[in-house]
Design a protein around this ligand. Structure first.
Ligand code: ADP
Ligand code: ZN
Length: 528
């Protein structure tokens, strides 16, 4: 492989990369993205954490005439980025609630005069009449919308102000836009395009693989002890993050870890802002501190040497899991993602979902996101394969760097079960979710079964050898393996994929995981 030596003088982007940032070459898709944006195109950039998203707008900001407005949801992140840019001699500033009126006015004046190349702004400020008026008087180079997944109402990072950002394009239709995120499944991508008015934008999708992260999921026995044993063995002195579902559990776990001789700090939205900030600072600057946190912690935390991320409770979706574990190993060195998972978690996540105020279609999406996560937990296949499959990527061979690859799990021959499960999907017209299909398999004469005359199907009652809980696990594993997809544009029913065809024909053996959780807690599961 010989690269043609590029002549920086003929490529202003490369010239900026070298002279301002001191790097010799673009990485991955950076060069394409940057060229597209410099030409005035809109872009949606999906790149994993640490992939180098910032340069995708910082370089165009310095090549194009005018001011680049960067929308960023986190004040701490803005400050860090601006400080780093100024050290490189870039004319950058931020506008947020941490500035007083006089400081803000100075920044505004510099924008209008064109004495600034990049200005970072919080979304809530951006949509104020004052700021919109300021933009009208400023020569604009580019709009960069960072953490674009904040527009998704299903994620826990949802920021309502992001929904208003399409106003930028309405008022300044000729200014290009670049939206960036490190986490977006198909659903979130569609939402970003739709809500931010980026339907015409070119999508730049980088591989989501984080090869340096080892994924592990263990069935819960005594979660704290299991985690402590894991930390003692693999990370006796490293910094890491432990995610818990509730604030109370965050505090208990942090206190308990300290008793065990591990320096741990709590972080959740119920703590006073000054405590949160102090703890975050200690974590970032300190050595080997464990941050015990709710999901309130993490977005924009730039600590390269986080060596582990543990989930004592599973998150709500694979997207959230990917994002949270993605905070480990940003420096590229080996890191661990460890999660404990038990039936009680599944029950409470399901209950939360069913009791939420959300409408049916919303709940359907949430349910399919949760099922995907459970499928990941229960898989006997390579976890990285399942994770990447969820983001639409295919990993050819097992990764060799996850628990199922390193210590293969006990499986059973699920070829016939898979065949039955898939044919139930097929014979009912590829429109139904697991609940109804399992009724068909078990031969339950429900009202829906009667209405659709599904009791006349060959598959009706052909699956009595397994329990409802086991069939649920079978369906999740089939989704996780990519034999079924969930049709989110329709009613959230299952559809066969191309890979599912040989399975339904019995030409493809399927191994399913023996799930200790399901086996032990069958009673709980059936009660759902
Ligand atoms: P992201 O925002 O995607 O998580 P960053 O923009 O913070 O990633 O970049 C991650 C790291 O990679 C940073 O330290 C950055 O300076 C570095 N980096 C990005 N692009 C390049 C490049 N082309 N050459 C060398 N280092 C790069
Ligand atoms: Zn693997």
């Amino acid at each position: 492989f010989t690269a043609r030596p590029a002549d920086p003088s003929s490529d202003p982007a490369l010239e900026v990369l070298r002279s301002v940032f001191g790097y010799s070459a673009f990485r991955g898709q950076q060069a394409d993205i940057i060229a597209h944006v410099i030409r005035g195109g809109d872009a949606l950039v999906l790149m994993p954490t640490g992939g180098g998203k910032s340069l995708c707008y910082q370089v165009p900001a310095l090549v194009r005439d005018g001011v680049t407005v960067v929308v960023s949801p986190l004040i701490a992140l803005m400050r860090d980025q601006v400080t780093a840019l100024r050290e490189l001699g870039v004319r950058a500033a931020f506008l947020n609630s941490s500035l007083d009126a006089a400081e803000a006015r100075d920044v505004e004046r510099a924008m209008v005069r064109g004495e600034i190349d990049l200005v970072y702004v919080a979304p809530e400020r951006l949509v104020t009449p004052r700021f919109l008026d300021l933009l009208d008087r400023t020569t604009l180079a580019l709009f960069a919308l960072d953490e674009a997944h904040c527009v998704s109402q299903w994620g826990h990072d949802f920021r309502p102000e992001y929904l208003q950002l399409s106003i930028l394009h309405e008022r300044h239709p000729t200014v290009p836009r670049i939206a960036l995120t490190a986490t977006a499944d198909a659903q979130t991508r569609a939402e970003i395009k739709d809500k931010l008015g980026l339907t015409e934008a070119r999508v730049f999708l980088s591989s989501f693989d984080r090869p340096n992260i080892t994924y592990r999921v263990v069935p819960k026995k005594s979660e704290r002890q299991q985690m402590l044993a894991f930390l003692r063995e693999h990370h006796p002195e490293d910094a890491g993050i432990i995610y818990c579902m509730s604030r109370a559990k965050v505090e208990d776990t942090a206190a308990w870890l300290n008793q065990q001789g591990r320096e741990a700090l709590p972080y959740h939205a119920g703590l006073p802002p000054e405590v949160r900030e102090a703890n975050q600072d200690l974590f970032i600057k300190g050595e080997g501190i464990v941050m015990v946190a709710t999901v309130a912690f993490g977005m924009g935390i730039d600590k390269p040497n986080v060596r582990f991320v543990c989930h004592l409770d599973p998150p709500k979706s694979l997207e959230a899991y990917y994002q949270e574990t993605g905070r480990a190993g940003r420096d590229g060195l080996p890191a661990d993602a460890w999660m404990s998972y038990g039936m009680a978690d599944v029950v409470s996540l399901r209950q939360m979902l069913e009791q939420s105020e959300a409408g049916d279609s919303h709940r359907r999406v949430e349910r399919s996101k949760l099922e995907a996560l459970l499928g990941f937990c229960e898989t006997s296949a390579c976890r990285r394969k399942v994770l990447l499959n969820y983001f639409g990527e295919t990993l050819e061979a097992p990764c060799g760097n996850c628990d199922t690859c390193l210590e293969p799990v006990e499986t059973w021959d699920g070829t016939i079960a898979a065949q039955k499960a898939l044919s139930a999907v097929y014979r009912t017209g590829q429109r139904y979710g697991a609940g109804h299909l399992i009724d068909v398999l078990l031969g339950n004469a429900t009202e829906k079964v009667a209405q659709q005359a599904h009791d006349a199907l060959k598959t009706f009652g052909c699956g009595k050898e397994l329990s409802k809980a086991e069939w649920q696990s079978v369906y999740r594993q089939l989704v996780a393996a990519g034999y079924l997809t969930v049709d989110l544009e329709g009613y959230g029913g299952f559809r066969l994929t191309d890979a599912g065809i040989p399975v339904i024909k019995g030409q493809q053996p399927v191994k399913l995981r023996k799930d200790p959780v399901v086996e032990k807690r069958r009673g709980v599961h059936d009660a759902l």
